[in-house]
Design a protein around this ligand. Structure first.
Ligand code: HEC
Length: 209
């Protein structure tokens, strides 16, 4: 009887150990990279609306002679591990991914006044900094789009654009390592600011730390 119980306990502790190891390993892999590139194609990332939101640039038609090149809202997110690195070190780590979700201008009036309010989702783009995948691109950044021409759906995978077709503007005008941090207050104000970057920390508290 006792031997049986010991046997059971023995098996059980092995199972727990195995489970822990698999949780740890999966956790590590996910913590490292938030994207999968297979056969030179980026799988459309999921879950990015739960990453860290950094800002929403908008260049509406009304302010661009009725024909803005990108008239929709751009909601931009960074993966959590790269955010952690950014707020500590003030730089984009190897393995950073930023997602830019395109959202139509929906209503232009609310009870609060005239303005621009987000409507439906229109498209999805990404940029990835990877020495492994983009050893020869400026800053090791690669650029992707999952948007379809009529903006009615998203592709499941995307091939990287030739760097020149995306990168020139980013190289010429972006504030930080090819990223337009000047338009993402969460990144620009939080650069290397540690806890202060997360919001909700009063300056008194920061001074005491
Ligand atoms: C005309 C200049 C220009 C070109 C060309 C361009 N971009 Fe951008 N991109 C911008 C600007 C400006 C921003 C930030 C403001 C905004 O989103 O309107 C931006 C932001 C982004 C972001 C958010 C992260 C970041 O780096 O700031 C992604 C992702 C992105 N662009 C992808 C692309 C892709 C993919 C292409 C090529 C198909 C491309 N861009 C070509 C000007 C450009």
């Amino acid at each position: 009887m006792t031997a049986k119980i010991y046997n059971l306990l023995y098996t059980y502790s092995f199972l727990v150990l195995a489970l822990n190891i698999s949780i740890l390993t999966t956790g590590n892999v996910q913590a490292e990279e938030f994207f999968t590139i297979q056969n030179d194609e980026l799988q459309r990332p999921t879950g990015y609306r739960e990453w860290v939101y950094v800002g929403t640039p908008l260049t509406p038609n009304e302010l661009n002679n009725g024909k803005a090149a990108f008239p929709e809202f751009h909601n931009v997110y960074i993966d959590p591990k790269s955010w952690s690195h950014w707020k500590k070190k003030g730089e984009f780590r190897n393995g950073t991914i930023l997602m830019k979700e395109l959202v139509a201008v929906g209503s232009k009036a609310a009870v609060s006044g005239q303005g621009y309010f987000q409507g439906n989702f229109l498209g999805l783009e990404a940029t990835i900094k990877s020495k492994k995948h983009f050893p020869n691109e400026p800053g090791n950044w690669g650029y992707y789009s999952f948007s379809t021409l009529d903006h009615s759906s998203l592709n499941k995978t995307a091939k990287a654009f030739p760097a020149a077709s995306c990168n020139a503007c980013h190289a010429a005008s972006a504030a930080d390592d090819f990223v337009f941090t000047q338009y993402y207050p969460i990144l620009s104000a939080g650069k290397a600011k540690g806890k202060e970057a997360t919001g909700g920390v009063s300056s008194d508290l920061t001074m005491q730390e």
